[in-house]
Ligand binder design. Structure first.
Ligand SMILES: [Zn+2]
Length: 316
């Protein structure tokens, strides 16, 4: 696309967290600005290196506040005002506006303000928007941008990519990360770097094991590992929901190659003792409790109550 010189001025990249939307946005910026102009970044020219370091004056990444919201007067209106101004040194300038879906308060306002630049982009300006879902974009924006959907990669591709990125890491550990993050490289990396995702996976797998063991106390004990840690509990529970979804799929369809969770084997074991109806009920219960966590309910009370609810579905 860039090779053929049909340069898109407005691009939207959508796909779930961790698939590399921001990395792709920077890659496109480098492809547009690279001094060699081959259609992809050469990776060695001064421009490419500066972009990789996040230091190029013609590649601007908009910043949201700590809640993910864009304050339009600070970060979006200036883009519209500066768009017609010539680039500092490159042939074009690129504005990247990441994670638009997280800007819950201003997601529509941001698009309405940007519409002017997206409708009539100056020759030397490109805008790249990223979001987890395409749903959040206004039809007027969708009809004017090039839309790039990111999909997950296969386990073999994840394996190859991680081995290259972490040559010193034991293959067994990489394989563990691949099964935790599935086709989502960002998640695999978080797992290897022992960030919160690692603990969330541990929580979700622990819940699955505790349920397979059929011990109510183990369920409670596992949940209490996240006491006082709202984000961990929330993420662990959503991963656990994926295990429940897999479990129901195994129960209904037998062998499922389309596993979505971080614990394929665990889900298989769970499906032997959990009917698909129970799995669906548990899924809904967990959704309800995630809502309570978001509404800032007391974490300890929430955990106690959730453990009781889980038992009421599975207990004999
Ligand atoms: Zn280059």
């Amino acid at each position: 696309m860039i090779k053929k010189k049909r340069e898109p001025h407005s691009i939207m990249i959508h796909g779930e967290k961790g698939l590399g939307k921001k990395t792709l946005a920077r890659w496109i910026a480098a492809a547009l600005l690279c001094e060699r102009q081959t259609g992809e970044p050469c990776g060695v020219c001064r421009t490419c290196r500066m972009i990789a370091d996040g230091a190029h004056p013609d590649v601007m990444v908009a910043r949201a506040n700590s809640n993910g919201n864009y304050i339009v007067d600070d970060s979006i209106r200036p883009i519209v005002a500066e768009a017609p101004v010539a680039p500092n040194e490159a042939r074009m300038k690129v504005y990247i506006i990441p994670d638009l879906d997280l800007s819950v308060n201003t997601v529509i306002q941001v698009q309405n303000i940007l519409l002017k630049v997206i409708e009539e982009p100056p020759e030397h300006t490109a805008i790249i928007l990223t979001a987890r879902s395409k749903e959040i974009f206004l039809p007027t924006i969708i009809s004017r941008v090039l839309s790039l959907g990111m999909t997950s990669v296969t386990e073999a591709e994840s394996m190859a990519c991680l081995q290259e990125k972490y040559p010193a890491t034991a293959p067994a550990l990489i394989s563990e990360a691949v099964s935790a993050g599935r086709g989502n490289i960002g998640r695999c990396v978080e797992y290897l770097e022992h960030s919160q995702f690692f603990d969330s996976v541990k929580l979700a797998r622990g819940l699955c094991d505790a349920m397979c063991g059929g011990n109510e106390y183990d369920v409670l004990k596992t949940l209490f590992a996240a006491d006082g840690k709202k984000t961990l509990l929330r993420e662990g529970l959503s991963l656990f929901q994926e295990i429940l979804r897999d479990s129901a799929a195994f129960r209904l369809g037998g062998e499922s190659e389309k596993s979505v969770s971080c614990a394929k084997e665990g889900a298989k074991t769970l499906s032997r003792s959990l009917s698909s109806d129970q799995a669906v009920r548990l899924y809904d219960i967990v959704s309800d409790y995630i809502g309570r966590i978001d509404a800032n309910c007391n974490i300890s009370l929430t955990i106690n109550s959730l453990a009781g609810q889980i038992y009421s579905v599975t207990g004999k």
